[in-house]
Design a protein around this ligand. Structure first.
Ligand code: 2BA
Length: 144
């Protein structure tokens, strides 16, 4: 990639590509994983953010960890889904991004994660940066 193209990419920040919070499916803390699984299946996504009542980002929750939490000896014990809380299964280890994070940092982060949550200085959820949005921009930049 030419230095001109690299320069063009480095001028973008995460907020230029972010899917805004109001368009992102999410799960609220305090819900049972049964509800989270419903949100995941209905939205079609494999994993979505977990937020508290004040819309602060807490982690993400995915189909696979939920199903793992109800694996019994010979079957899925689906009746347990209503007894397990979202906080018992959610992933709290993912990095977050600021809206002003530069494009290249965002690009590096989506190598390992399908999406990352974007938060403000107080931890309020602003949206997500997806691998798709980043790849679309990289492709566009190749043809500048
Ligand atoms: P996945 O759910 O594993 O989806 C992988 C890719 O499959 C998505 O990549 C997208 O290209 C496609 N896809 C899956 N479900 C879709 C749907 N209902 N509508 C349209 N396309 C769909 P990305 O777009 O890069 O998204 C990466 C990850 O970000 C997704 O992984 C999902 O975990 C999360 N995500 C994306 N958009 C979301 C939204 N509006 N609400 C909540 N989570 C979202």
């Amino acid at each position: 990639m030419s230095s001109l193209k690299k320069q063009a990419l480095s001028e973008w920040t995460v907020k230029d590509f972010m899917i805004p919070a109001e368009k992102v499916a999410h799960v609220q803390l305090g819900n049972p994983v049964e509800h989270a699984l419903l949100v995941l299946v209905e939205s079609g996504y494999s994993s979505v953010p977990v937020l508290d009542r004040d819309f602060k980002y807490l982690g993400t929750i995915g189909k696979t960890p939920i199903l793992k939490s109800v694996i019994g000896i010979e079957r899925f014990e689906m009746e347990k889904l209503s007894d397990i809380a979202v906080e018992e299964v959610m992933n709290t280890t993912l990095p977050t991004l600021s809206p002003d994070t530069d494009f290249v940092t965002g690009l590096k982060e989506v190598i390992d994660h399908a999406f990352l949550c974007v938060v403000d200085g107080e931890g309020h959820f602003l949206g997500i940066l997806t691998r798709r949005a980043i790849l679309k921009q990289v492709l566009k930049s190749l043809y500048i």
